[in-house]
Design a protein around this ligand. Sequence first.
Ligand code: CA
Length: 491
Amino acid sequence: MKKISFWLLFLSLYQHSLCGKQPNILFIFTDDHALNAISAYEGPLAKIAPTPHLDRIAKEGMLFDHCLVTNSICAPSRAVVLTGKYSHLNGQLTNRNVFDGSQQTVPKLLKKEGYQTAIVGKWHLKSTPTGFDHFEVLKGQGHYYNPLLFTNGMDVNHVGYTTDIITDQALDWLDQRDKKKPFFLMCQHKAPHGKWEPALRHLHEFDDMEIPEPPTLFDDYSDRSPASAQHEMGIADHIGEKRLMLSYASKFTPEQFNQFDQAFRPKNEAFIKAQLTGKQRTRWHYQRYIKNYLRCVKAVDENIGRMLEYLDRNGLVGNTIVIYSSDQGFWLGEHGWFDKRWMYEESLHTPLLVRWPDRIKPQSKNDLLVSNLDFAPTFLELAGAQPPRDMQGKSLVPVFKGAKPKDWRKTHYYHYYEAGGHGVPIHYGVTDGRQKLIRFPDPNLNTWEYFNLDKDPMEMKNLYGKKSYATNIEAMKKELHRLRKLYKIED
Ligand code: CA
């Protein structure tokens, strides 16, 4: 009997040493990073997007083609990541809500599993972060230069470029952490959220080139419901002076200002003198916007390079899973837009790149419908914990290991609540990746859209009401109803 107990104990210890080592989790998260601005995604800007270090994560790990958000806007997406629940259950329906930090969240659950938890960078949830051993966050949107970081309850001012400083502080925390415990670090950049102020070292990147325009830059929104024409996110008319760097949002030091202003002022003066109108003016706006956006992305990428190098240098590569994502996608001129919010493809998709040596096969691509709803249960399973039953996503851990589970979701439910933001009405819908049904319930609209994504990937033609699609539309309506019940939106 004694002998059997000894062997059981030995076996259990052996198994623990093989499987029980909890990996570190490095979650790098940005704000408004479109897939098209990551060259690994091979979109129209692939040859221009300055992302060698993000590409390295994809090359050494897995790239997800269809990571879809549940509500394409900043604070709500962050709440979904922390809770694994749709907006109506976590309470963060819009950017205007204050996040209820007393609820169950990933960092709290990971602490129970023995993790050290930290968040550095953009938080954007208004309430004080909870569940973190260390927090060091921008207040609100923050600025690109000389940020104030709310650090474990104290305001601390920094001088420099925010993307660099967030990385400096995250690396400092990694250096000072208790090295006996696994870590969960959320390193969350403000970039590339507007107003797109590049680092001083990138002010002249892309100066000598024209960035290709998307084919829908001059979309007139015909062939769709009246909803999209109501937008207030046009590169032509809504982008405004600060997003165009005709005036600046940050408070610079005099030295920073001189360098920054010297880069923009002569070009701004030439633009004002030229008095461009119509398409010529929109084209100038687009070039100014996309170049500054990509310059901000370049700083993010360089800083991701610094983090990867830190892992290399400190022998942390093997036992650290690196996850890169953004709070949602973004329009880089498609449909003439610069924002997010709509359920259309460019803002519904968010990047997801994951490196986990020895578990994820390098250079893998995954086309399952995954979601930011899945991040929370994934973090928990990585830590060896059972995800709570009230989380609504599915752990991606088996998917990382190469499985294509038969019962994986075939459809995705989306719901946007911030009525009026940039002219976007409340809407919800369902997609299976090949077709999409959207409902606009506002009494002034009270309308639907249906797109065949195979034939019309740019979503230019609403087919709702077309007889030839009646069966598909009916089936998608049923699926929409099923998902609304499943996710507890309706009974
Ligand atoms: Ca965002």
